[in-house]
Ligand binder design. Structure first.
Ligand SMILES: NC(=O)c1ccc[n+]([C@@H]2O[C@H](COP(=O)([O-])OP(=O)(O)OC[C@H]3O[C@@H](n4cnc5c(N)ncnc54)[C@H](OP(=O)(O)O)[C@@H]3O)[C@@H](O)[C@H]2O)c1
Length: 287
């Protein structure tokens, strides 16, 4: 399996001549629209958002001045890049609707969790497909997206897909689709682990006597600061941890309890279980 980093300078010209359509215009589609417009990658009139609910269409038009429609086929035909952004359970119905309706040079960009390239290829009869796995922080532009592309995706389309995904935060290209199950377990599901850890820390603060909002602020800032120092120093987390662990001090005492409680093993087992689950879900027979 190959892991590769494509170099990308997001240039304002990268998408300018293309058109982009979203099939399903919920939270993630909105995050992408916001990021793309925020980076001035595309004019809003070149974006079409397909969405069944009239109030939602009106909301998107009002906020971003994009084109909206309730007609998935019209949307798919309006975009040279078509983003599949419906829920996984809606995708089979949508693909049946769109099969054979896409122009040959359409790039299909899926953000649908767990949906294999082969399923999309068969479902749509399309060849140029990018499959990506973003995560929830994409909604505030701090996402981590891992993506791969079929060999039918040409260099220009690849760069366009990369620019769209970069508008959600960081992105990493992988050569093998197998990495997407790993990414699902690590970064895709990752926010759930971090939220649980945050919750446990906040509850511990409250247990000692802090008010909940003070405990929350202490925890948020501590986590943000720790990530910032890890990035800025370039040091391995072990080194950073050793730096704050004085002999016989509070960190040493707390770390002893965390190791005694097998925190590291539990994390490793949890992520492995999520990885196995992701693979198993991807292998379920198609409906
Ligand atoms: N949220 C995340 O952080 C995240 C992370 C990684 C991957 N993803 C993937 O991103 C995809 C979208 O997630 P989301 O959080 O944006 O979900 P969402 O907010 O529920 O968006 C889905 C949208 O699709 C619309 N829709 C329903 N049926 C449709 C149809 N037949 N044709 C066209 N549109 C239809 C829904 O409209 P109604 O509201 O009217 O039903 C809704 O606006 C999912 O496949 C998910 O696996 C999400």
């Amino acid at each position: 399996m190959g892991l590769a980093r494509l170099k990308l300078e997001i240039s304002e010209d990268m998408l300018r001549d293309t058109t982009l359509s979203f099939i399903g215009s919920g939270a993630m589609a909105e995050a992408m629209i916001k990021g793309i417009l925020g980076h001035h990658l595309l004019d809003p009139e070149r974006i079409t958002a397909s969405e069944p609910r009239p109030e939602r269409r009106q909301e998107l038009r009002g906020r971003y001045a994009v084109q909206t429609t309730a007609d998935n086929i019209a949307a798919a035909q309006a975009g040279r890049i078509v983003v599949l952004s419906v829920k996984p359970q809606t995708l089979p119905k949508v693909m049946a609707e769109l099969k054979g309706r896409l122009a040959d040079d359409t790039l299909v960009l899926s953000i649908v969790a767990g949906m294999r390239i082969n399923v999309i290829r068969r479902g749509l009869g399309a060849e140029a497909i990018v499959r990506s796995m973003p995560n929830t922080p994409a909604q505030v532009g701090l996402g981590m997206t891992v993506w791969t592309a079929t060999s039918a995706v040409n260099e220009t389309q690849r760069r366009q897909a990369q620019a769209i995904l970069a508008a959600l935060g960081k992105e990493i290209y992988v050569e093998d689709e197998g990495y997407l199950d790993m990414a699902t377990a690590l970064s895709g599901t990752g926010p759930a682990y971090v939220f649980l850890f945050m919750e446990a820390l906040i509850d511990a603060g409250v247990h000692m006597g802090f008010s909940r909002h003070v405990a929350q602020e202490l925890v948020y800032q501590t986590i943000e600061g720790s990530v910032a120092i890890a990035r800025a120093s370039g040091l391995h987390p072990t080194e950073l941890r050793n730096q704050v662990t004085s002999p016989g001090g509070t960190s040493a005492e707390a770390l002893y309890q965390l190791e005694k409680g097998s925190l590291r093993t539990v994390i490793s087992k949890a992520i492995w279980a999520a990885y196995q689950r992701s693979k198993a879900l991807g292998e379920l027979p198609e409906k």
